[in-house]
Design a protein around this ligand. Structure first.
Ligand SMILES: C[S@@+](CC[C@H](N)C(=O)[O-])C[C@H]1O[C@@H](n2cnc3c(N)ncnc32)[C@H](O)[C@@H]1O
Length: 292
């Protein structure tokens, strides 16, 4: 798990937990590709033989969002996916203890969406506070990079949506460009999602980061015309999307605290050097300040 979830209770034995909550965990998800809505529907539930919709919560964390969303929306099957086994154990525990029946927990990666789901069977994908992976060399791991968006397109139903939320202005800007590259149509773009959709279910990360002063940025989009031969045109380092004036950055996005501290220190050193130089040659050092 990343960052804020890293500490586990002393008595946490992963294998034991996974076994205890195995009833809601699906370890061979590709068996259900194309039939999730029917295969997961309870047998004894009146007329209906399938769920009305399939909603994927990709990068579900500990499951706070998926459990509440599923309780509000019992005719939708929620598939909670995470690549981290500890998150799978926590989400499965939360699902079982809450008693919601319309959630399946799946250990998988975002890059496996097309083997887990059949073409057109997913009605909605939520990407709540996905791990930002700020460094250029890790950009391919982002759940909002164009390659992933192109795969989501294959499993989404006509009119299906991807809804992305983040505390990170740089990741939001990067994702806006990726959504456009992937040929999606933007349905909602927000730089204050909580104010615009106050009734949306609060995720674990939103709760914690909002308490630290985060604003929530969001994008909701649906696939438009598919594009051929897509080439990456965006800068891949999230540092490149930070504002020039780092001093004005009141809230530092989760996952970028180290980078921002390094940049601020470097800037301070450079400014110090430029002041020394200007004192030595009698000019103002202001013109030599660096653009980040
Ligand atoms: C920052 S947490 C957010 C958790 C939750 N969605 C929330 O809003 O509270 C990001 C989650 O995404 C998961 N994750 C990161 N990359 C992933 C990937 N490629 N595939 C699946 N899960 C991923 C991490 O294990 C982590 O649980």
């Amino acid at each position: 798990m990343h960052g804020m979830h890293a500490r586990l209770p002393k008595n946490f034995v992963l294998e034991e937990r996974l076994e205890r909550y195995a009833q809601v965990i699906e370890v061979a998800p590709s068996h259900y590709a194309g039939s999730w809505a029917e295969a997961c529907h309870p047998l004894s539930s009146g007329e209906a033989s399938r769920y009305d919709r399939v909603h994927v919560d990709l990068g579900c964390g500990k499951g706070a969002y998926v459990v509440q969303a599923a309780a509000r929306d019992p005719r939708t099957l929620y598939v909670a996916i995470d690549g981290e086994p500890v998150c799978i154990a926590y989400t499965a525990q939360h699902v079982m203890e809450s008693g919601v029946r319309n959630v399946v927990v799946v250990p998988a990666l975002g890059s496996q969406m097309t083997s887990v789901f059949g073409p057109g069977e997913v009605d909605a994908i939520t990407l709540n506070f996905p791990t930002p992976f700020p460094r250029k060399k890790d950009a391919s791991r982002r759940l909002t990079i164009v390659d992933r968006l192109a795969e989501y397109r294959q499993v989404l139903s006509p009119g299906g949506t991807v809804t992305f939320k983040t505390d990170s202005y740089p990741l939001w800007q990067f994702t806006r460009a990726q959504v456009e590259l992937a040929g999606y149509q933007v349905l909602w773009l927000s730089d204050n999602a909580r104010a615009e959709r106050p009734d949306d279910v609060l995720t674990e990360y939103e709760r914690r980061l909002a308490a630290q002063g985060a604003t929530v940025y969001a994008i909701e989009a649906t696939p438009g015309e598919a594009r051929e031969g897509i080439e990456q045109t965006s800068s891949l380092s999230l540092v490149d999307y930070l504002p020039d004036d780092l001093a004005s950055l009141g809230y530092v996005p989760h996952g970028m605290r180290g980078s921002v501290t390094n940049l601020r220190n470097r800037r301070r050193r450079e400014q110090g050097r430029s002041h020394q130089d200007s004192r030595a040659d009698g000019t103002s050092g202001e013109q030599s300040s660096t653009r980040w």
